[in-house]
Design a protein around this ligand. Sequence first.
Ligand code: ZN
Ligand code: ZN
Length: 174
Amino acid sequence: MNFQNTRSGSDSEDTSLVPWWSTMLAVAAFVGWQVVTFKIFIPNNPHPRPIAFVLFWSVMVGLFMAFYMLMIGYVNRDARRRGMSPSFWTAIMIFLLASGIGFIVYFLLREPLVLNCPKCEEKVDEEFNFCPRCHYQLNPTCDVCKHGVRLGDIYCAHCGNALEMAALDIVRAR
Ligand SMILES: [Zn+2]
Ligand SMILES: [Zn+2]
């Protein structure tokens, strides 16, 4: 007995795991995400990140979105095979994707934390080195070029100045 004959005719027309439209969507999602990242997020980001970091994440997120498009196609087809509502389960998948994208966009576009200066209570960005109102030192800086430096650095990464340990004690004492 041939089991293929016991199935409905439409099932044997296309036996691939995902429908063609979800493959198309996967390619479009990957390309689309790269365009959005490099044309919208990067030019609008007030705190640019290293290009290798951006490239890594845009490819990872792009691949995830492409994979998700294939998953939507799979769910759509698999639900139909099991006599479940394909449109209902496809809608659920799209809703979950939309909330995931919303989350990612929020983290890419959110503003830096707003803190208060410990001395004068002025609102300051977490990346400020000095309070713009009272000159309080918020983060360790190089004495020579005033660029921010990290705790534990021995030389300034910007000008090569040998850092005074006293400058670093300010932050350590807090
Ligand atoms: Zn201040
Ligand atoms: Zn310096």
